[in-house]
Design a protein around this ligand. Sequence first.
Ligand code: ADP
Ligand code: ZN
Ligand code: ZN
Length: 751
Amino acid sequence: MQTARQHIVEVAIPLPLEGSFHYLVPERLSSVAVAGKRVLVPFGRRKVTGYLLGDDDHPGVGELKEVLDVLDEEPLFTPSELDFYRFIAGYYLHPLGEVIKMALPAGINVVSRYRCEESEDGTPVLKEYLAGGKSVRTERIYTADPECAARPRGKGLEILEYLLDAGPCSGPELRERFGGCTAQLARLVELGAARLSQREVYRDPFKAQSFGHDAPLPLNQAQGEALARLTAALSAGSFAPFLLHGVTGSGKTEVYLQTIAIALAAGKTALVLVPEIALTPQLVGRFKRRFDCGIAVLHSGLSDGERYDEWRRIRRGEASIVIGARSALFAPLQGVGVIVVDEEHEGSYKQSEGVRYNARDLSLVRGKQAGAVVILGSATPLVTSYHAAMQGRLGYLHLPDRVRELPMPQTTMLDARNQKGETFLPELVEAMGENLDAGGQTLLFLNRRGFATYLVCETCGHVLRCPNCAVTLTFHRIKGKHVCHYCDFTMLPPASCPDCKSGAITLLGRGTERVEDQVQKLFPDARVSRMDRDSTKGKGGHARVLKELEDGTVDILIGTQMIAKGHDFPGVTLVGVLSADASLNLPDFRSAERTFQLVTQVMGRAGRGDKPGRVFVQTLAPGHYALTHAVAHDYEAFYREEIAFREEVGYPPFAHLAALTFSAVAARQGESAADEAAALLRKIKRETRLRVEVLGPVTAPLGKVRGRFRWQILLKGVERADLHRLLFHFRGGFSHPSTVRLTIDVDPVDM
Ligand code: ADP
Ligand code: ZN
Ligand code: ZN
């Protein structure tokens, strides 16, 4: 029986389950069970941690279980943050509990759990029981007690006198002054001559660096006009989204900095999202030199503890600027006035597993909620963004020229169709030789790591494939192994064909390792280096290669898209793009856009210093519009062709997409679940007359990954609302065996 006075709460549980759950709050917890805290609740036969969403007096029918404990002293999220999480859960069709768990820093789950206990007068108090140790870092503070008469001898006395004089000191400070003194400090505490307490310290990954100061630069005309519009929008104080379109070096970052300065002066805060790879100390340094306020930095190199520290600093209002990669979108920053999404076209803003959100898209949602100015910056905007700008849904700010009037690099397209498998066309080899003689640096771009892309038997044609995935194995010579780039399966090179036992097996296709090898053979005296995911493994690997370039200790650098992004290489005067068309042949409607972006970016690496650069683009598709317009530095021309293509085939921005992927170890189970799903989707569509196309199921572009066979259904809706309604109906009515995994990807980026 429930009475009106019962305290009932709604709880989200981070499990792949729809909906939220209701629990009864026992009297002893009632005063501390408030929205935003974690609670321990019984769930089935388990006890799980859930998130308290709020009170709810209308839980429907059924007997309610009791909340077992309240785990936080303070709420972890605010009501408006909860609104944001709810939006994400609805939009991406993901359980709210998992969305909340993802949005909160992982470190929080390791530390600071509280237990509710009764104090002497019977009121509940929360006692921390898992804190300290791993995640919250503390240091010991020693305070001398002037009242205490006990006196140690020798070094202990020296320390005590110092403490009496200097006031409270930390353990590390004392050790620095007195050398090893653990025993003496323990003795002081034992005597009662000093008190020991703990102070929380933040781990600051940039602590050791000093950044200096610099002043805002006088803006050029285009920057000035952009800033004027941004300032006007800021002072209007309501949501205003902009596209800031400008080539690399056109001064976008300076515009971000000055816009943020204005927002800070008005008492607002700023959130700056950048692709992980661009989150360099140079970038952070530019912000630290410009602003005196607290700056929090979030990136994947942080430990859970460091991340949690930054999160708490932000939560307490100790940072006014947050710079970070994708997940920084969830930083608990209050009073956000500006959100910057730099390199808005980057695919890395989309999370590819778990909650498949896109931080670029959600920045607009958060911006709207906060009434903020949102700046999406790019040299090669998404065609969907440019389209929105042309329609007036995004304010369009254009910085057409580089700030320093450097000429654009001179670019040549090389037709590789009659190349007979050579890695470099003669023109490129000649240019490399000339550049080497002139003391310039060369970058060679190839989007494939490893040595050879596959091993083939010349007798029977058998190709070595991954046993778990529908892909060939890449040979890595440095590791001496064949490796799967999807599941990390490795095997030693076979002596003969596994199928027909013939000894005539050959490595074909080239990756960065092989190109490195070939370059070294062509130019034995050149200093050659390589930058890809293999060569930069481990902390600092990435920085090391960049430093080699900066110091001029490398002449030719071969790399994957890692070299294309976010770095400034002033000494580079020649860029070679090998196999520019590799990304054109991917089964993805964005392949032309991706190729245009990538080639533009790589080309932008040439001639950033004082010497003009040269670029060679070697390709099997020299007539493709993605390449011809990239080489001509003509974004608008590319956009016109691409948008016409999108309209013709009905892809974004002319339709909204969702991809449903079914995977199973047993192929037939996956296939029949996909068939049933498609039938249900078509039935719902007929009954509701929603205007959504249901395509498939078909074998997914990668038909098998990690031992699971995959099928895909693609949904295309001209109206986003129709697409969502169909998905909601579907999710409510579809069930599948637990051996089949279903992922729903709204606005998929990789298909
Ligand atoms: P982007 O972010 O578009 O690549 P940046 O803001 O980094 O461009 O500017 C490129 C370079 O030009 C930087 O070295 C920056 O300090 C400098 N710069 C930017 N704006 C100005 C300006 N108005 N006057 C002089 N130098 C500028
Ligand atoms: Zn064979
Ligand atoms: Zn594999």
